[in-house]
Design a protein. Structure first.
Length: 396
């Protein structure tokens, strides 16, 4: 549905604030790398009945803004994030003498050279197209328009908050580890995940979903797909496993070669809980799959390592830690190629002190607070990178 954005006077919507891009569709990028580029759509100018209409194909949401300038009379349409395509100059019709494109590969300005002063333009945006309708106006009125202010701008659309997927390990017919006092891992992980969800939602900086919110069995592959299909910002799997003599929290990221024998044993135990985990890729040609996987895995590996470092830093001083706290192994649940993922062992139910601590709500709340801090720092770093800062703010 079209929306009038100008034509009711000056001082309309303020220009959309510059925001970092949302999550990039790597599939789209991979397809673009192998596809033949299509010709840029050309602006259409029509003139009839003393009015002139300019239709500009945008193709996607753009935070455009329109202003006016005099001597000579012209309208200036700023198109941030939209590279200049097509001819640098295009002849006009009616009230438009010509169109000129100026700018950089990242953004450009469309200069609408006018044959004379015009009334306040009427703009509508719909279906990926911006329409500007012009009618002749008095010189004095146009001079008031051409004072540098923004005449109209894209209505800012509020992007959804990033999605965090929390994965309480085990569930249903799979109890996970059973501690010496009879503590079931599946109950500890769910209680901790619910507390972490509560703290994150109270912060108001992200959306949170759980792979399970009750005592049910969820296949590992389904846990991965939940994060992938919803384009999660990160995936955090919570566990409290068993390892003779081991005590303290630890954090794991994906590696086909385990960093140590304990990590290898934990991965083997967790993977054995479900053999249907596997990775399902979109149905695309093999050459696109190779490009897609390469791009996604590199980006995801970097994000996962950052997530793990942040988690270790946040947990330190809050709970006992396993030596060499950040470890690596081939956990199936961490194999999504496009979602940064980490697995947190909150402690070992095979150790009496860890088991006692994990049964205390206050201890689980401390663990959750540290992990909430981890998520917030991760999202801050992600936002900075998307905005082009390029600095990894993760500790050490």
């Amino acid at each position: 549905m079209g929306q009038d954005l100008a034509g009711r006077g000056v001082g309309l919507d303020p220009p959309a604030s510059k925001a970092g891009p949302g999550r990039r569709s790597l599939l789209g990028l991979a397809v673009a790398l192998v596809a033949t580029p299509a010709a840029a759509a050309r602006p259409q100018i029509t003139a009839a009945g003393g009015r002139t209409r300019l239709v500009l194909p945008l193709g996607r949401p753009v935070a455009w803004s329109l202003s006016a300038a005099a001597d000579p009379p012209r309208l200036l349409l700023d198109l941030p994030g939209l590279p200049p395509e097509g001819a640098a100059r295009q002849p006009g019709a009616g009230l438009i003498r010509a169109l000129e494109r100026r700018g950089t590969p990242q953004a450009h300005q469309l200069v609408i050279l006018l044959s004379g002063p015009v009334a306040p333009p009427v703009l509508r945006e719909a279906g990926g197209r911006l329409t500007i309708e012009l009618a002749r106006g008095p010189a004095a009125g146009f001079a008031r328009l051409a004072d540098g202010r923004v005449l109209a701008a894209a209505t800012p659309s509020r992007a959804p908050l990033p999605l965090i997927v929390l994965d309480p390990g085990h569930g249903g017919k799979d109890p996970g580890t059973i501690g010496g006092r009879g503590t079931l891992e599946k109950r500890i992980t769910l209680a901790a995940a619910l507390e972490l969800k509560r703290q994150l939602e109270a912060g108001g900086r992200c959306r949170v979903v759980l792979t399970r919110s009750r005592d049910v069995f969820v296949p590992l592959g389904d846990r991965i797909e939940m994060a992938r299909k919803r384009e999660a910002a990160l995936f955090l799997s919570l566990h409290a496993d068993s390892a003779p003599g081991a005590r303290g929290a630890s954090v794991y990221t994906l590696s086909e070669t385990a960093s140590d024998s304990l990590s290898a044993a934990l991965a083997q135990r967790e993977n054995a809980a479900d053999r249907k985990g596997g990775l399902r890729l979109p149905s695309v040609p093999p050459e696109v799959q190779r490009i897609l996987l390469s791009l996604m895995r590199q980006e995801t590996r970097t994000g996962s390592e950052r997530l793990a470092r942040l988690a270790v830093a946040a947990l330190e001083g809050e709970v006992p830690l396993l030596p060499n706290t950040h470890r690596r192994a081939g956990f199936v649940v961490l194999k999504a190629p496009d979602v940064p993922s980490a697995l947190v062992e909150m402690g070992f139910l095979s150790h009496p002190q860890d088991e006692a601590a994990l049964n205390r709500p206050a201890h689980r709340a401390r663990v959750a607070a540290a992990l909430a801090e981890t998520v917030h720092h991760f999202l801050d770093a992600r936002r900075a990178l998307q905005a082009g800062v390029g600095a990894d703010t993760a500790p050490g």
